[in-house]
Ligand binder design. Sequence first.
Ligand SMILES: Cc1cc2nc3c(=O)[nH]c(=O)nc-3n(C[C@H](O)[C@H](O)[C@H](O)COP(=O)(O)OP(=O)(O)OC[C@H]3O[C@@H](n4cnc5c(N)ncnc54)[C@H](O)[C@@H]3O)c2cc1C
Length: 426
Amino acid sequence: MKAKQAKVLVLGGNFAGLGAAQKIREFAGDAVDITVIDRKAYLDYIPNIPLEIFEGRDPAVTMHMDLIDALARDGIKFRQAEVLGLDLDAHEVRVRPNERPGAPEYRVGYDYLVIALGAHLAYDDIEGFAEHGYTVSDAWHANRLIEYLKNDYKGGPIAVGSDRFEQGLKGKPDWLPVALAACEGPPVEVSLSLAHWLQEHDKGSAKNITIFTPAELIAEDAGEKVVGQLLDAASSMGFGYMNKVEGIERLTETGIEFRDGRKLDAEISIVLPNWKPHAFLKGLPISDEVGFIITDMTMRNPDYPEVFACGDAAAITVPKLGAIGHQECEVVGKQIAKSVGKLSAEKADAPWQPEVVCIGDMGGGKAFYIHSNSWFGFGGDIQVLEMGRMPYAQKLLYKEMFFRNHGKIPNWGLPAAKWAAETLPL
Ligand SMILES: Cc1cc2nc3c(=O)[nH]c(=O)nc-3n(C[C@H](O)[C@H](O)[C@H](O)COP(=O)(O)OP(=O)(O)OC[C@H]3O[C@@H](n4cnc5c(N)ncnc54)[C@H](O)[C@@H]3O)c2cc1C
């Protein structure tokens, strides 16, 4: 007789949810029955949306990958529904199927729960965003920016930057610094590739663009040496730079008003917002004071050890980077395999440390590659910045490999990418 399978419920099916489900299957095999719930049935390949914008392609056409098929290849079930809330003591999740309006609310039980629901990108907290704001984090906003640049841009100043990130402090480990911006690879990438686009279309240059950040240094998690090199390159190209803005008060027809009273003139304001946890996660005994899920380095909640989190929803994922979520998925897979007796504690508990890995488009077939761990309090000394054609080729190849392998990057994929970016001068 087949042994009873443990029921694993994964909430969210983008990078962290898909990655965790695949890793759980890889390490725990048929000891587990896995279901993924997401409100949409595709994976949204967010990191390449900026590149698609400046190459004039609609990311809804190019950046969506079928999620159901990817999961079915590993015998993982998919259920399309809106997650409404968690009943941690009953081991149940409240959901409402959303394929058609009108479905009632259901409860779905679990033995192990993986919360991979990402975050709420809080554009709706920025006054004036709908009228005057632009961004690059989804296909709707990508197309809005593509159309403005193509049809309406009058050659005026452009502001690119992040609103203030509110990181939770409850349960924060000592090694994790407090970040003032959630994810600053995208504003750096957008500034560089937009400058190239302006030049190529005879509409201006880097001189049109001012980059702003709530932090002392933009992309500070990349390490001071890397940021110093980036800022030197940016100022020699003519970008303006404004740091330590207190957060955005409002967007207006003429630009951005910051909370510290400063203003930035802009015909186009391209903003990355506060990454805010989903409202229904706030106030739970597994959450920090803003609503991110507290975990230790095994990605388990200390008080509810059957509950895991990975990706942007986890409190220790700072900065909010897919690359860090990817590292966490492997940990979740191994931990659940250990719990169901499929992996030894020695293998499952192998220590790990987060690393920032980010490849950003610069336009013109070039990209920057950042690999760093110096920002975290582990005493890491990696700080690599490369710019050129090789990182660009890797950005495209990584996406191709991801789609062709239905979300699975072979074990040699990341080390090979690091090796090529850090040693091949192209
Ligand atoms: C413009 C941009 C560029 C970026 N570039 C990079 C990069 O180059 N490298 C990098 O490492 N990272 C990059 N990032 C960050 C990266 O995109 C995120 O870290 C990553 O997407 C997080 O994955 P996740 O699965 O945790 O969350 P998400 O990708 O946000 O996925 C969350 C999933 O949960 C689902 N969901 C949410 N709430 C509910 C609900 N209530 N009910 C049902 N389903 C729900 C959503 O539909 C979604 O599928 C970038 C981010 C942006 C915005």
